[in-house]
Design a protein. Structure first.
Length: 261
């Protein structure tokens, strides 16, 4: 498929010129619409919050095809994927197959939905006070269900409220390399009083491995030297989790660290 798309891009006098010409044709077509129904003009006059989902999509798309305006392409997207949720869940490849979308516009759409997702997450976790391990596990359970092993650190303030979280490593199906300096750089930059380390096991089994114990011990010792408390290490499996704090492992690590001096 990539080679076919590449050969299509090469056909014609100049790809950039063809793209510019197509956008000019679409703009001319959009200008034929009454001003009161053009998405840009409506956004400027009424505010984005007053526009329909189709109009907002049309603004993101910017242009359509010779046969369809951006509004019509947006309407086709809404119909084909059953609304915004379907569009947000669609892969870049599926979106690019829609006539009038293509590779670049599919990236624009995916990026817009990703920004929305991150803003919602930021709003959801910002300064959320963590009263117990279940609170934290519930916040991150869905996000940590991944086919790749990923390592995150959650930064907490003096009142155990979430400052933010940082992904410090994304690995393969069974391993993610972790550099303690990445964890504590994020913690110091975020002025965290304490942190919670978390990662997932794509196998679905959240039982800690010997490497998990060794990593937790290493991070705990480093945190002690820097005056940053490592409050817990959560391992997520298939809708389940293991807590080093709840299991008593953090106390054991703390005791071993004290004895080691």
């Amino acid at each position: 498929m990539k080679e076919i798309r590449k050969s299509k891009e090469k056909s014609g006098p100049e790809t950039a010129e063809n793209g510019a010409l197509q956008e000019n044709v679409n703009r001319a077509t959009m200008r034929l619409l009454p001003e009161e129904i053009r998405p840009y003009e409506r956004a400027e006059a009424l505010g984005e919050e007053r526009l329909s989902e189709t109009e907002l999509l049309a603004i993101l798309l910017r242009s359509g095809t010779k046969e369809r305006t951006a509004l019509e392409v947006a309407a086709a997207l809404m119909k084909q994927f059953g609304g915004l949720r379907g569009i947000a869940a669609a892969s870049r490849e599926k979106l690019s197959e829609v006539k009038g979308v293509g590779r670049v516009k599919a990236i624009v759409l995916r990026s817009a939905f990703e920004l929305g997702k991150r803003e919602l997450k930021e709003k959801r976790i910002s300064r959320e006070q963590i009263k117990n391990v279940d609170d934290l596990a519930l916040l991150y359970m869905e996000e940590m269900q991944s086919a790749q092993e990923q390592v995150k650190v959650v930064l907490l303030d003096t009142k155990s409220r979430i400052i933010r979280d940082v992904t410090v490593s994304v690995g393969t199906a069974n391993k993610a390399a972790v550099d303690p300096s990445d964890i504590f750089y994020a913690a110091i930059e975020g002025r965290a009083r304490s942190i919670v380390l978390m990662h997932n096991h794509p196998t679905g089994d959240c039982s800690p491995s010997p490497d998990d114990y060794a990593l937790t011990s290493r991070i705990f010792r480093a945190g002690k030297l820097l005056g940053i408390t490592v409050a817990d290490h959560l391992i997520f499996g298939d809708n389940d989790y293991y807590s080093f704090f709840e299991s008593g492992d953090m106390m054991k690590i703390a005791g071993a660290t004290e004895r080691a001096g």
